[in-house]
Design a binder for this molecule. Structure first.
Ligand code: HEC
Ligand code: HEC
Ligand code: HEC
Ligand code: HEC
Ligand code: HEC
Length: 486
């Protein structure tokens, strides 16, 4: 009996205080939002919803309502208690169950059920906030929430070797501290997006990116890098015949380390056993000072001819070279139009049979005056179609499908390279691999960065980086024959 009455002494005021509009509203809010979250969860598990906005609603907005409801319950109780105290209602009176409701055991059981439900609700909230975090990690969330804003990055990502790697694996990586940093940064960006004050284009490089070796090396670890890479470059002229030219080179990518007993080449020289630091402008395009430290701690510094020796405090801010100083576009590959068209021509030889295809497609893709991305995509297609309809009616009649696929290809190239709304194009986001379209490797390897004694320069020698196996052949080279010495 003693036990029971202690329970009464506790439950009495709880139910009494809870008997106010604010707390009751809170109970309704938590129950409804909690059940909705469960509903969305079931639907998502059943594969019925994939839209990111539904995700935001289910895992961000509903939990907020849930929490507000949850907070309203004790707040209402506290306010009512204060009111009763002020009115001088006695403790005994305050300890009474609300008159109408809870003196009957049946209703008391109901009350207990409400309490249990609230506990369950709290559990649901815990799970749903975990899901919210997970949702914010998803590619759909990163790529489409601020749709215009991320369109260039999202589009180029989908078409890249990393299209199955989630944004957060490169942009946040493992561990909690960068996660928190990224979320705070994200909040700032949401704020900017909401007020429409974000910068266009989103500037590159990212000065706050986590050191790439902590992210990239989750998948590409040093011991995995060794051996070189054979690459074939197919290029097409802008003449009537779209004349092809094929170059095959052995890119000396290398890798490894002294410990592995296998080392050398491009990867080994700039990371792993060595450490390179450099000074440059904001954009990392003009490099004025470079320092190489090898594994034994020997240091060599190179300086651009005529430049002043940098002061110590400037040197302290030098950037440590990592993967993204070369692979700055491992996934956001804005296609260089001429190259991207070469790729289309290489995999679709029938296009090369269309007279002046490359010239016309390139002119359409590079044409200006497209105000929106969508408009440009359509206009490029139309321009290529119109050219063949007007200049080569016979071809249009006999090879309509080829012309149409050529128009589609040009339109695809545009779609990967130009984003007028974001003032972004392949030109605003240079790629540092190579040296043909952008300075790339030649930012350092131009033979103008030299040690003080003039003994060492950062070399420009073609053969250091790649050996030509075939140069400017007019037909696709037979690699097997090449390897067998044929
Ligand atoms: C394979 C790794 C990788 C993945 C996956 C990845 N990024 Fe990036 N991202 C990078 C690198 C590297 C940079 C540029 C670093 C630099 O030059 O400072 C970058 C730059 C950006 C930029 C700055 C603008 C620019 O283009 O340089 C944005 C915005 C961005 N990423 C968004 C995304 C979004 C959204 C996703 C997922 C849809 C994503 N990233 C997936 C590696 C990645
Ligand atoms: C979650 C794993 C993962 C992470 C993290 C990752 N990559 Fe990759 N990367 C891959 C996979 C998978 C491929 C495709 C391999 C293939 O096609 O053989 C790839 C391919 C590449 C390639 C070759 C591309 C080509 O055209 O063949 C480069 C270069 C590369 N990654 C660089 C990077 C850089 C730089 C980073 C960090 C900014 C990074 N990766 C982060 C998994 C990852
Ligand atoms: C000095 C510039 C440079 C640095 C620094 C660099 N790479 Fe590379 N990497 C290259 C070049 C050049 C290639 C060949 C590109 C090509 O295929 O044309 C390459 C190729 C690759 C490939 C594809 C390999 C293959 O055989 O297909 C991967 C993966 C890769 N790099 C990952 C990394 C990672 C991870 C880091 C950082 C630890 C890194 N790279 C640092 C220049 C660099
Ligand atoms: C930030 C400056 C910097 C950039 C950018 C850079 N390198 Fe280097 N690289 C160096 C330095 C420093 C050395 C050591 C030079 C020496 O031998 O004294 C070096 C050495 C090399 C070597 C060894 C042979 C040699 O020349 O001595 C190769 C190969 C190489 N780099 C390739 C590349 C490639 C490919 C790229 C572009 C994808 C690139 N580097 C970009 C700084 C750079
Ligand atoms: C510091 C290293 C480095 C040096 C020095 C260098 N290259 Fe390259 N080169 C590269 C890399 C890396 C690529 C691959 C680019 C890519 O992956 O698209 C390349 C690609 C090329 C290509 C193919 C370009 C294309 O897209 O059609 C040609 C041609 C070329 N180099 C010529 C030369 C010549 C000629 C020299 C000497 C004057 C030279 N390179 C010096 C690193 C170098």
């Amino acid at each position: 009996m003693e036990e029971r009455s202690r329970l009464h002494r506790f439950l009495g005021p709880v139910f009494n205080y809870a008997n106010n509009p604010l707390s009751i509203a809170g109970i309704v809010l938590t129950t409804v939002s909690g059940l909705s979250i469960v509903g969305f969860l079931v639907m998502e598990m059943a594969g019925a919803v994939r839209n990111p906005y539904v995700g935001i609603f289910a895992y961000v907005i509903l939990p907020v309502i849930f929490v507000v409801g949850l907070a309203a319950i004790p707040l209402g109780m506290w306010l009512r208690r204060r009111k009763l105290l002020r009115r001088g209602v006695s403790a005994r009176e305050r300890g009474r169950y609300p008159r109408l409701d809870f003196n009957s055991p049946r209703l008391r059981r109901l009350g207990t059920a409400v309490i249990v439900l609230t506990a369950v609700n709290a559990l649901i909230f815990g799970i749903s906030s975990l899901l919210a975090v997970e949702h914010m990690e998803s590619v759909e969330f990163c790529g489409t929430t601020c749709h215009n804003l991320m369109e260039p990055e999202y589009t180029s990502y989908q078409d890249s070797p990393h299209s199955r790697v989630s944004c957060v694996e490169c942009h946040i990586g493992p561990g909690a501290s960068w996660f928190v940093k990224a979320k705070l940064d994200g909040l700032r960006q949401v704020w900017r997006t909401a007020r429409d004050t974000y910068e266009r284009p989103i500037s590159t490089p990212l000065h706050t990116l986590r050191p790439a070796r902590e992210t990239c090396e989750e998948c590409h670890w040093p011991a995995k890098h060794y051996g070189d890479k054979i690459r074939t470059f197919a290029r097409f002229a802008t003449n009537e015949a779209n004349t092809p030219s094929y170059t095959v080179m052995l890119l000396k990518t290398g890798g490894g380390s002294l410990d592995l007993g296998r080392h050398g080449g491009i990867h080994w020289w700039h990371s792993y056993d060595n450490r390179i630091r450099y000074l440059s402008d904001e954009k990392r395009s003009e490099i004025t000072w470079v320092e190489l430290t090898n594994r034994d701690g020997e240091v060599r510094t190179y300086q651009r001819e005529g430049a002043e020796a940098p002061a110590a405090e400037i040197l302290a801010g030098a950037r440590l070279m990592d993967c993204v100083d070369c692979h700055n576009r491992p996934t956001h590959l804005m296609a260089v139009p001429s190259r991207a068209l070469d790729e289309e021509l290489e995999i679709r030889p029938e296009l090369a049979a269309l007279p002046y295809y490359k010239r016309e497609a390139l002119a359409a893709v590079e044409g200006d005056g497209y105000v929106t991305h969508v408009e440009g995509v359509e206009a490029v297609r139309e321009a290529v179609l119109a050219y063949y309809q007007e200049q080569y009616p016979d071809i249009w009649r006999e090879r309509k499908q080829v012309v149409e696929s050529g128009a589609e290809a040009a339109s695809r190239v545009y779609a990967r390279s130009y984003f007028p709304e974001m003032q972004t194009s392949w030109e605003t986001h240079p790629n540092h691999i190579g040296h043909e379209d952008f300075p790339g490797c030649f930012r350092c390897h131009d033979e103008e960065l030299a040690t003080a004694d003039g003994e060492h320069v950062i070399s420009f020698d073609c053969e250091n980086c790649h050996a030509f196996l075939v140069e400017d052949a007019d037909a696709p080279p037979d690699l097997a024959a090449l390897v067998n010495g044929g």
